[in-house]
Design a protein around this ligand. Structure first.
Ligand SMILES: Cc1cc2nc3c(=O)[nH]c(=O)nc-3n(C[C@H](O)[C@H](O)[C@H](O)COP(=O)(O)OP(=O)(O)OC[C@H]3O[C@@H](n4cnc5c(N)ncnc54)[C@H](O)[C@@H]3O)c2cc1C
Length: 346
């Protein structure tokens, strides 16, 4: 078999890059071995403001300008709904919190999203003595549905192998490369945290940030916005809510843990006072980078090999714009954004 590209990994990064290939009529095959779960378990939230510090998310506007039409085009392609837009309500913990919100809401890049007024509306079961700050421009991509839909689509087109990509079988040729019985011009590696097994890119400074979530059923809770305190409570419909997420910098497994569940339940007590049952728990590893910027670019020696990784905590917003940037770089020689280029770690 002869193809233009081999893609390793079909999470948010792989999917966004494959869409570039399809748009440009390039041929490709994908390898996916279900070793990582990040894109399947993600909250899928996009939000232009960092709600811990009330500062803008890096390049948020540019990213959303590419990402929202990207997901909308996938909705049309598959006749499915992936994107749910909603308001986010940040629970204030103190008067100081309210003042910080008020000051931030006046700043450029934030004023279009942050409502300067403090809301004191009451919601059954929600504890918010100091009220809420309201944020526009946020929403959620149902990443599990999107990734599964995309994998099914590639499967029907016979363009995905559900098997582990075996790095030892890559042979670099003068022009292009071979992998078992496949000849290709390039490989783009999109393995998330799995890149640490990749001999070509394993030196990249990926740091594991394991995250856990629970899904709860709370029949008396009736909110249609994302509630944000030290965790988020995300409405899924039918009184189901996703609650998350934890951060664990040591555990390298994607298994849900009792510690994760206890942490989420403890934090939930501080913001919710309604009965609920936990219906499921999930976990995954966010591929984060020490300087909190993605990892994109070509291998320093083998130009046929490229990487698209380091999406960190914001894969939904970042993946589409990065995939575009990498594709233009590989095919048309356009410069990569130096902030994301892996050359910064040479
Ligand atoms: C609990 C949690 C909550 C999150 N919430 C949000 C959120 O609300 N909003 C947001 O934007 N982001 C969120 N994220 C982050 C987001 O999930 C990531 O940024 C994104 O999913 C990373 O996508 P990826 O494609 O780079 O990696 P992955 O999703 O890890 O995909 C990599 C794929 O490569 C495959 N693979 C790896 N090695 C091989 C191999 N050798 N052969 C074949 N296949 C291979 C893996 O099986 C996997 O499917 C969250 C993450 C977690 C864990």
């Amino acid at each position: 078999m002869k193809v233009d590209y081999i893609i390793v990994g079909l999470g948010l990064a792989g999917l966004a890059f494959v869409e570039q290939l399809i748009a440009a009529k390039k041929s490709f095959v994908v390898f996916e071995d279900a070793s990582q779960t990040s894109s399947l378990v993600a909250g899928g939230v996009y939000n232009p403001v960092i709600l811990k510090r009330f500062t803008p998310v890096w390049n948020a506007k540019e990213q959303l300008e590419v990402a929202l039409p990207f997901y909308s085009s996938l909705e049309q392609k598959f006749h499915q709904k992936f994107d749910t837009k909603f308001v986010t309500k940040k629970v204030f913990k103190s008067i100081e919190d309210q003042n910080n919100w008020f000051m931030a809401a006046d700043k450029p890049m934030l004023s279009e999203y942050m409502d300067p007024n403090i809301s004191h509306q009451k919601y059954n079961g929600v504890l918010a003595d100091f009220g809420f700050g309201q944020l526009q421009g946020s929403g959620r991509i149902d990443t599990e549905k999107l990734v599964q839909t995309y994998r099914d689509y590639l499967d029907k087109e016979s363009k995905i192998f559900f098997e582990k990509f075996n790095y030892q079988s890559v042979k670099i040729l003068d022009k292009g490369l071979s992998y078992e019985d496949i000849e290709a011009n390039r490989i783009v590696f999109c393995e998330g945290f799995g890149v640490l097994q990749n001999p070509f890119f394993k030196e990249l400074p990926i740091k594991e940030a394991k995250g856990e979530l629970i899904t709860i059923y709370a029949p008396e809770l009736a909110i249609d916005f994302l509630l944000k305190s030290t965790l988020f409570v995300l409405p899924l419909g039918g009184h189901y809510f996703k609650v998350g997420a934890t951060f664990n910098w040591k555990d390298k497994t994607s298994d849900p843990t009792l510690e994760g569940k206890i942490e989420l339940v403890d934090k939930l007590k501080k913001v919710l006072q309604v009965p609920y049952t936990i219906v499921s728990q999930s976990a995954g590893i966010r591929p984060t980078v020490k300087d909190r910027r993605p990892l994109v670019g070509k291998h320093p020696e083998f130009q046929q090999l490229a990487v698209l990784n380091g999406l960190g905590t914001r894969g939904v917003m970042i993946a589409p714009v990065l995939a575009k940037n990498l594709f233009e770089h590989l095919e048309n020689g356009e410069n990569l954004d130096p902030e994301v280029d892996i050359k910064r770690f040479d």
